[in-house]
Design a protein around this ligand. Structure first.
Ligand code: CMP
Length: 141
């Protein structure tokens, strides 16, 4: 089994990619890569320029803003969309908590995916609304 096929299987298990057909999954697997991080690795750093969008294929990570944990992310969760959407630096660091495997799409492929798939755009917006709600709650508690 080639690496491309392995990736397609991995992607088919990600809820965000649920609506994609076999051809779209195949094209996604050829335009993205998977990277394994060790516990404690910084996957992205606060303030850096953003090049990629990440989906956790296995493991877990914490989102840290000025050293403070603001969220925990698990298998199937995504991150790194903000800097790609608004062209600003990374709003927070994301640190691997365990050995963590991420699917990474570069900016252009992320935009193509979102532009071509309403379901994915909607899922991203829903999750961002949830995160904004949680951030508002945390601010007012
Ligand atoms: P980005 O700013 O590109 O890089 C850091 C990422 O952490 C950010 O995109 C989001 O994906 C994620 N992130 C930032 N703040 C929060 C939060 N409050 N809750 C969950 N995820 C967050």
């Amino acid at each position: 089994m080639g690496e491309e096929q392995t990736n397609a299987d991995l992607f088919a298990a990600v809820p965000l990619f649920k609506g994609l057909g076999p051809n779209e999954l195949k094209s996604l697997s050829s335009t993205s890569k998977t990277v394994q991080f060790k516990a404690g690795d910084y996957i992205v750093r606060e303030g850096e320029a953003g090049l990629g969008f990440y989906v956790i294929a296995s493991g877990q990570a914490t989102v840290r803003k000025r050293g403070k944990t603001v969220a925990k992310l698990h298998r199937g969760d995504f991150f790194g969309e903000m800097a790609l959407l608004d062209n600003q630096p990374r709003s927070a660091a994301v640190v691997a908590e365990d050995s963590t495997k991420c699917i990474i799409l570069l900016r252009w492929n992320f935009w193509a995916l979102v532009s071509n798939n309403k379901k994915i755009a909607r899922a991203l917006l829903e999750e961002m609304a949830k995160r904004l709600r949680a951030a508002n709650e945390a601010l007012t508690n």
